[in-house]
Design a protein around this ligand. Sequence first.
Ligand code: HEC
Length: 405
Amino acid sequence: MWPQLYEWLALFIKWFHVIAGIAWIGASFYFVWLDNNLRTPPEWKLKKGIKGDLWAVHGGGFYEVAKYQVGPEKMPEHLHWFKWEAYSTWLSGTLLLFWIYYLRAEAYLIDPQVMMLSAGQAVSIGIGGIAGAWLLYEGLLRSPIAEKPLLLSVILVVLGALFCYGFSQVFSGRGAFIHMGALIGTIMVANVWVKIIPGQRKMVAQVSAGEAVDPAPGLEAKRRSVHNNYLTLPVIFLMISNHYPMIYQHHYSWLILCALIGLSAWIRHFFNLKHQGIDKPSIIVSGAIGLLLLAIFVSWTGSRSQLNAASTASSTVKQNALTSAQQQASAIIQQRCSSCHSRTPNDDMFTTAPGGVMLDHWQDIDRWKERIIARATVSKDMPFLNKTQMTEQQRQQLQQLLSAE
Ligand code: HEC
């Protein structure tokens, strides 16, 4: 029952995470769009302190939105805050990271070919890496470097690339990518939590008390929002990246990831300018061409799996030392799974190992044991569409052999 229940719970958390993420990023896109589209209002509204207004039609009605320069004279009775979208996205994302990558670290997070780690070590590096990155970011933004936007941007980009590289040197491909996603998501939520919301609280308190509003926290909040805005497209890419082994499995996965993050932020820049009425098609065209060239280049140069093919020979020697149960299990997997799940797949459709699952050696099979049992003997949805015609008897046999291990 457990493998299936585990999957059900993973589904619920992931489902919730995606919903929360849509609500957060949707609200974020909407407010950035709103801000960029505000127009100078007529004189009588300016006198009330309204800096910009906007008319829109949606859902069968007209909307009039007004943005006050510093705050209304009197606090309205109902004031909507937007914070739980961000918090719930982070909380569910963290739960998902634990549920999938930390609870199943042996399969998803650790790749012995990259680095031999225990589950405890891998999880500590993961949490430490994310927390360390956030502290670095926060420290930089509070330091004198923050006064020099260009220098700050260069340092942040270099640090980002270093983390991409670092994670790729300790974790499996998927593990490295999800950690970059978690790292960026954490910085974004922390921006909401430590600067944007407290800044707004201060502002609301000053308006309620009838005091003059100090613009400094608002400006800092705006800067953090801008950072978050540029990080939205990269973080969404990272959320879906674990469906694409040809990227995370690649020998230079970290470089490809850096390029994807940079290009997607560049494309976001086009939309930011466009909403302000500045049309620069060259940005989106160059971004799209960049992505296409990246795809062509990476497809042309081949994947890590092919580069790693040479290592197959050395490990076959160890295969002799296997018990007879291990040999039998290996033989079944060789026959029914390896056409797709190999460093050198020969399936007509799947040219890089799906899910990053490569089952060439006993060491690999051991690493993926639980997931093999779950997919080939419990849910029985592997082999994919039973393309390799695995028999019911082989499934039972595999279950017995692997469970005994
Ligand atoms: C025809 C190709 C093909 C064959 C053969 C095949 N698989 Fe898969 N496998 C896939 C695809 C595609 C995915 C990714 C989609 C998914 O997870 O449903 C996948 C994913 C997986 C995963 C990752 C799931 C996870 O939980 O992350 C495991 C484990 C797996 N397969 C095990 C097996 C085993 C064991 C066999 C042999 C008994 C096998 N597969 C045979 C195509 C194949």
